[in-house]
Design a protein around this ligand. Structure first.
Ligand code: E4P
Length: 218
């Protein structure tokens, strides 16, 4: 299972990368705005800075919603670095653009996916990644993990190469459940990744080991 971090914050990306388990980064316009990144050139420079930290897989989202605009923006984003994956919304022109990028050899992440039908369409268009937003489904009283399971089944039925990128992860158990179901990737806030480290029995056990060591060794 790949771990991506879902942020545009360079310090958080560095911290996750330094842990040695990070496979990529996802951003979106809201996350870029949260970091105060504005203006086309600053946005490109920020994507480059992210690419300079991690080894691969930096999702950069287009703003255009028409086919020609998505294609133009996608080419600009892909030019920034080979690590860029062009993030395209699940809309009609987005699907057409994903098919175009697939034929051009440009990797894509189909975002804002909330149904199995949408995920099927993204895979048919050749998306490299499909991003079902499980937290936002949970927020709307629909089981986000159930959607991951449905997509897993459909992709396995037909051997689609598209990777299931579980997005909108809210907490550590979302990651564990996604791993059980077989999501290919989880994109997570730093806190959810760090949550995987924690168990009170680990802390208690370590304290006892160190105390016992000191008793004998001083
Ligand atoms: C990632 O690709 C998505 O943009 C992100 O996970 C959305 O998360 P949110 O629902 O917490 O905004």
């Amino acid at each position: 299972m790949k771990f991506f971090i879902d942020t545009a914050n360079l310090n958080e990306i560095k911290e996750a990368y330094d842990l040695g388990v990070l496979d990529g980064v996802t951003t979106n316009p809201s996350l870029m705005a949260k970091e105060g990144i504005k203006g086309a050139e600053n946005i490109k420079a920020h994507y480059k800075a992210i690419c300079n930290i991690v080894d691969n897989n930096v999702s950069a989202e287009v703003i255009a919603t028409d086919y020609a605009g998505i294609v133009r923006e996608g080419h600009e984003l892909a030019k920034i670095d080979d690590k860029i994956v062009v993030k395209v919304p699940m809309i009609k022109d987005g699907i057409k653009a994903i098919k175009y990028f697939t034929n051009e050899g440009i990797r894509t992440n189909c975002t804002l996916v909330f149904s199995a039908g949408q995920a099927l369409l993204a895979a048919k268009a050749g998306a490299s990644y499909v991003s079902p937003f499980i937290g936002r489904l949970d927020d709307a009283s629909q089981d986000g993990l159930e959607l991951i399971a449905q997509i897993r089944q459909i992709y396995d039925n037909y051997g689609f190469d598209t990777e299931i990128l579980a997005a909108s992860i809210r907490h550590t158990m979302h990651i564990v459940h996604c791993a059980e179901i077989g999501a290919d990737v989880a994109t997570c806030p730093l806190s959810a990744i760090m949550g995987l480290l924690k168990h009170p029995l680990t802390d208690i056990g370590l304290e006892k080991f160190l105390t016992d060591y000191k008793k004998v060794n001083g």
